[in-house]
Ligand binder design. Structure first.
Ligand code: FES
Ligand code: FES
Length: 138
């Protein structure tokens, strides 16, 4: 059956001109990497952050192998988290992204990928810092 609902123009805009596509060096101590997949459709999103000493996100990038809504969601997510503190970034909810992009209910899991990817990138860089602090203390 034909899908009649067209993508919202914000989705199309981010899909055509995705912000912050790219990769950082995963091994960089100041880089957090989150890779998450959506079991429902098999799409995968990688989102990375670069933080300063205080935990402010100075840069962010993503690579998404997925639908237009997932690409748009990751693009919006990187835009929103740049310049925030990582503890603030993890409070971004997929509903906020979905609302911003006018995603229909069937596409909510696409924005969920972005929320999960932010959390996982922050957890990754925090774990790295803790490990290095422990190594120094030992
Ligand atoms: Fe691009 Fe709002 S439409 S971040
Ligand atoms: Fe699965 Fe969008 S991420 S359809």
């Amino acid at each position: 059956r034909a899908q009649t609902r067209a993508y919202d123009k914000k989705v199309v805009e981010h899909f055509d001109n995705p912000r912050n596509v790219g990769s950082f060096d995963k091994k960089d101590m100041n880089v957090g990497t989150g890779i998450v997949g959506a079991p429902a459709c098999g799409d995968v999103m990688k989102l990375q952050i670069k933080i300063d000493e205080e935990g402010n996100i100075v840069d962010s990038c993503f690579k998404t192998f997925g639908c237009g809504s997932a690409i748009a969601s990751s693009s919006v997510a990187t835009e929103w988290i740049k310049g925030t503190h990582m503890d603030e970034a993890v409070t971004i909810k997929n509903q906020d992204i979905a609302k911003h992009l006018n995603l229909p209910p069937v596409k909510l899991h696409c924005s969920m990928l972005a929320e999960d990817a932010i959390r996982s990138a922050v957890a990754d860089v925090k774990a790295k810092r803790e490990a290095s602090a422990q190594a120094k203390a030992a």
